[in-house]
Ligand binder design. Structure first.
Ligand code: AMP
Ligand code: ZN
Length: 471
């Protein structure tokens, strides 16, 4: 099936053409591991997962690289400000190395809860310092760098004619109008490749280099680690939308002089998860993690479903009302799948299977329209011309494509419903039904509460009642 993706570089939805047939290599900017990843970060990682699943469903092999930024770069894009890793370490009274370990572990746990397929490679910036130094040396030889004494080695963006193309920036205006915070930089857009450690303080993370002890600039790690695991040219680079104008623009500037043009074929950027007051961020008031949602009793799939009901190029406003609505919608679908399991009829009808398979895959292959695919799934479940076995086989495919774990949750529900309630619970349910018939609602409510406290849910059905073990 023809795959189409919106390419930020050309500002168009384009037909995807891989460098190697039936194979895709893509790089995703990963987390800075000084704190937990909030639901906004996870939206970005979830989008990477959908991109990967779409390629897999289309028969591609996938090499997906996501880095862990464990070197503390400075908190602003201007290469000034505090070091996030050192700040995190001070906050928790740990070393920066321990902080990195802790938050990598937490991030992976949240990714697992959301059923994200692990990236093929997850390199850490600190394991690739030598490669970053070598990269700077190459740029130095080509004449792209200059030193600001006592500060660091900088990239001279005026030497790269295409600087700013990705973000559509008019550089003349940007350069004329902007205030240069670091007034020793030659151009407002220049960025650090190597920062010197301060003379008066020892940093926990610092390395020797031909220019002096220090640490690499943030943008560098993505150029070096992508080329190490994907080759010098690869298909797709993804990241949050805020990376367009600085981080990815700088990655291109420091890569193309070395590897040639174009470095990356398609640039795909994910829109943010918002709160009513603005972007969900580490500093915003509401900081929710996936583990936090589970502690509150939510199925992580409810969050996954909520995100897939939107489109990756549109912001989504997060609220618990929206999450509750998604949780209800998700449970309804699980209910329907469990009902199919209760009444498996017919064998798999191959022709019908293929028709629906393509109907489900088509919108996702067309620029990742997951919501449209979910509409097709609803139609499938309603269609009386498709037998239950065929429907179940298709739901298995939906799980591979969208990762929503319908089969798993429905199987659990089905198992719970097949457990017979103990006799005393059955008796209570019987009495409750009789109490209801004689309009003694106080007794009926009382019995329902007792049944509930014993770990069972009683439901009214046309022929009496049904007891289901609570999860
Ligand atoms: P950070 O750890 O801040 O470097 O962020 C890791 C990834 O999460 C980056 O690719 C960001 O673009 C992305 N990200 C941060 N905040 C949000 C948000 N509110 N919605 C979606 N993605 C986000
Ligand atoms: Zn990056």
């Amino acid at each position: 099936m023809q795959i189409r993706l919106y390419n930020t570089m050309t500002r168009k939805v384009e037909d995807f053409k891989p460098i190697t047939p039936n194979h895709v290599g893509f790089y995703s900017c990963g987390p800075t591991v000084y704190w937990d990843q909030h639901l906004g970060n996870m939206r970005t990682f979830l989008n990477n997962d959908i991109l990967k699943r779409m390629f897999l469903a289309n028969g591609y092999t996938v090499n997906h690289v996501m880095n862990f930024t464990d070197v503390g770069h400075l908190t602003s894009d201007e290469d000034t400000g505090d070091d996030k890793m050192e700040k995190g370490a001070a906050r928790e009274n740990m070393t920066v190395w321990e902080i990195a370990e802790k938050y990598i572990k937490n991030c992976l746990a949240d990714m697992d809860l959301l059923n994200l397929i692990r990236p093929t490679h997850m390199p850490r910036a600190t394991d690739n310092i030598k490669e970053q130094i070598e990269w700077i040396q190459k740029l130095e030889k080509l004449g792209y760098t200059y030193e600001i004494p006592g500060d660091g080695i900088y990239y001279d963006t005026s030497k790269f004619a295409e600087y700013g193309n990705l973000g559509g920036q008019n550089l003349a205006e940007l350069r004329a109008g902007a205030r240069i915070e670091n007034n020793q930089k030659r151009n407002i857009t220049d960025f650090a490749l190597w920062k010197f450690s301060p003379k008066d303080a020892q940093r926990q993370m610092e390395w020797d280099s031909p220019w002096g002890v220090g640490f690499p600039g943030w943008h560098l790690e993505c150029s070096t680690m992508s080329s190490k695991y994907l080759g010098e040219h690869f298909d797709i680079h993804t990241g949050g939308q805020e990376h367009i104008k600085v981080h990815h623009t700088n990655e291109i500037a420091q890569s193309e002089p070395i590897v040639g043009k174009p470095w990356v074929r398609y640039w795909v950027h994910w829109a943010w998860l918002m709160l009513r007051e603005g972007k969900m961020s580490k500093s915003s008031g509401s900081f929710w993690t996936v583990r936090g949602l589970v502690e509150k009793g939510y199925d992580p799939m409810a969050y996954r479903y909520l995100i897939l009901l939107g489109h990756y190029r549109q912001p989504i406003e997060f609220s618990f009302e929206a999450l509750d609505a998604a949780a209800t919608g998700y449970k309804n679908l699980v209910r329907k799948v469990a009902d199919l399991m209760n009444d498996k009829t017919g064998g798999i009808d191959e022709d019908i299977y293929h028709q629906w398979h393509d109907k489900i895959l088509a919108p996702v292959s067309d620029n990742l329209k997951t919501a449209e695919s979910l509409v097709v799934v609803q139609e499938l479940l309603k269609d009386k011309n498709v037998n239950n076995s065929t429907k179940l086989a298709l739901i298995e495919f939906v799980d591979e494509l969208l990762g929503l774990q319908f089969m798993d949750r429905a199987t659990k529900l089905h198992e719970l419903e097949s457990i017979a309630a103990p006799e005393e619970i059955q008796e209570m349910a019987q009495k409750r039904m009789e109490a209801k018939k004689s309009r003694d609602f106080a007794t009926a409510d009382n019995l329902r509460n007792q049944i509930d406290a014993a770990g069972w849910t009683v439901m009214d059905t046309p022929d009496g009642f049904k007891l289901v073990k609570k999860q």
